[in-house]
Design a protein around this ligand. Sequence first.
Ligand SMILES: Cc1cc2nc3c(=O)[nH]c(=O)nc-3n(C[C@H](O)[C@H](O)[C@H](O)COP(=O)(O)OP(=O)(O)OC[C@H]3O[C@@H](n4cnc5c(N)ncnc54)[C@H](O)[C@@H]3O)c2cc1C
Length: 754
Amino acid sequence: MRRSNSPVVKDLVLVGGGHAHVAVLRRFGMQPLLGLRLTLITRDLHTPYSGMLPGYLAGHYDYDACHIDLRPLAQLAGARLYHAEVEGLDLENRELRVAGRPAVPFDLLSINTGSRPRTLDVPGAAEHAIPVKPIDRFLDRWETLVARCLASRRPLRIGIVGGGAGGVEVALAAQYRLQRLLAERGEDPTRIRFALLTQGPEILPTHNSGVRSRFRRVLGERGIEVLTGHRVVAVTADALLAQDQAPVAVDAVLWVTSASAPDWPGAAGLAVTDEGFIRVDDHLRSVSHPEVFAAGDVAALPDPRPKSGVFAVRQGPVLTENLRRAATGRGLVPYRPQRRFLGLISTGDRYAVASRGGWSLEGAWLWRAKDWIDRRFMDRFNRLPPMPADQSAPALAAGIADREAIRELSTLAMRCGGCGAKVGSSVLTRVMQRLSAGTRADVLVGLDAPDDAAVLMVPPGKLLVQSVDYFRAFIDDAYTFGQIAANHALGDLYAMGAEPQSVLAIATVPYGRERVVEETLHDLMSGALAIVGPTGAVLAGGHSSEGAELAFGLTVNGLVDPGAVWRKGGLKPGDRLVLTKPLGTGTLFAADMRRLAKGRWIDTAIASMVLSSQAAAACLRRHGASACTDVTGFGLLGHLVEMTRASGVDAVLEIEAVPLLPGAAETVAAGILSSLQPQNLRLRRAVRDLECAARHPLYPLLFDPQTAGGLLAGVPAEHADACVAELRALGYGPAAVIGRIEATGNAAEPIAIE
Ligand SMILES: Cc1cc2nc3c(=O)[nH]c(=O)nc-3n(C[C@H](O)[C@H](O)[C@H](O)COP(=O)(O)OP(=O)(O)OC[C@H]3O[C@@H](n4cnc5c(N)ncnc54)[C@H](O)[C@@H]3O)c2cc1C
């Protein structure tokens, strides 16, 4: 969430969480520029640090040791984090096209999206080779390859295409890891052989002859075949075909060739090189569009340098300074790339070769030095300084706002409350014009023909089910927040067995410039409609106002046949308790606020909250569910107690069977709990043999308040397994039977925990 309440004057959007942008985020975190809002759009939430990647392949580092978690870093910078892929750029309207969400406008844009090995121009490579980037996909496919190599008993040969530093390091690291694993299993470590193919006459063409001869020696000693003069022109399922050479038989191919650029910057009209890299001047600013900056592999400097993480890292501070200066209308500073730099290239076995200009050296101590340097670098990003205090007074950095912005903002201080706090009608009209609210025959007056209020018809033989929910944003992404809030509100309808008919929205958007308010409201409403639309319901009306912070809620209307209403009181002895989504959003977001949650944990939690419960409700009905509720603020135990009381039954909870979100057990173990937890804990008096139950490490999660949580239902025992199997097939992967219902016994407490 943004740390300051200064109004947004300009938007700086960072595309890609590359090696330069991590420095930009850290530096803006240490020294914010008031009035400048940062947004990071990134396809991956964890940036692998290139220097440690070969060590990870070799098995020297675990995942977290060599990845920078972008979520806490974005939080430090007060940046909005959009986990998404940029697909296009509209330079005229200054907005980015982003997969799965509304366009993202910008005043200043910085691109640090790296590069990928070139595969598309080689027939069969995309199908049969494993490209080293995108790195997360490479790492997954590498682990699959490791498992395949170990499972097979026959000799295998892995081809590595690319003889630069990346290819050589990958070959040596991959061989080291596989040979160790084979030796540990008592197998012949040489069963898996390696061949390194490169098109030129030499490996490591950008390094000096000393480095090359050291690596030729190492590769020879390690039995890795080096095939120079092999320009691979095609890849088949079992061979690499090189021009004018005999086919090279292989069982798997790792592709580590020279870098290629994404298409979208050139397609948008940015000046790019023949290969598609963004042409920048020595201020890292696009030579064609002054509002665009680029750094790292994707940028082409006037004086070209090798595509290497070292350069991207060095560009970070200059890029930050120039983004600051561009935002405040000051002159830019030049980036002066080093002519010579020290490269430490590892051989996979905790040994490295140093390369600088015409000089080289090798030794195990160089690997230890590299390891020390790399870990120290990672600490700068993974051990962040404590959260600075909130900026309570609205303030702006000098130079960021022009005269028009200052005039617009000066009226903010005098904005009225009450009706005067409404979002201006022109903003609202423009937002509604961009959205599709939907129509239905039983919504007689809706937003297609706006009036003072919506007029709804309850079709004959149906009942109207109503509920309302409203809460403050807990993530700085209005679109995703809109999706979650809509799911949270609709959960009440599904829990009653009703189908959504219509919704009315109530939104509070932070004060700001008109275009910022409009964009926030648009994102919020588009998110809500992305959930509401597919259910068949329509947006029939709403109210919006400006306030101190983003908040959103919906009144939801549903229809149900009188005989099909689910009540909390329908549980029957013998029923199995089925839960459709995992628990943990309360503790995870409490940790997130303190920057103690890993980005991938929060990402999974968001994915779970964005998942609609509509299909789950229909599935529970097909399997004869007798009673249902949605698990929200009172936590699993609170909602279960309500159900047992209303049904006059007891329940047995199998704590180990309760599905949990990744990271929830860790954050609870660290004592991080939602602020609502103490209130929920009061219901512990409903638990039998409390002392024993409370000793279980997962016990606190039974009280964890959920946002857009799953459905909890009683399902006849004979249908429970089939119901869970179907839920999982429908996309509710963690769905599980978590307990059973029993007739009321002698105990005063209705819940037993096993
Ligand atoms: C095996 C191997 C070993 C290497 N070893 C070294 C080494 O030891 N030292 C060294 O200096 N270099 C090394 N390199 C080179 C180095 O990896 C790259 O030069 C470096 O990663 C480039 O950094 P970057 O900041 O440009 O982008 P990256 O670090 O690649 O980051 C790109 C970011 O952009 C995101 N992204 C990409 N496309 C989009 C999109 N469309 N929308 C949103 N987000 C997007 C990605 O998710 C990622 O967060 C190695 C390369 C390989 C393959």
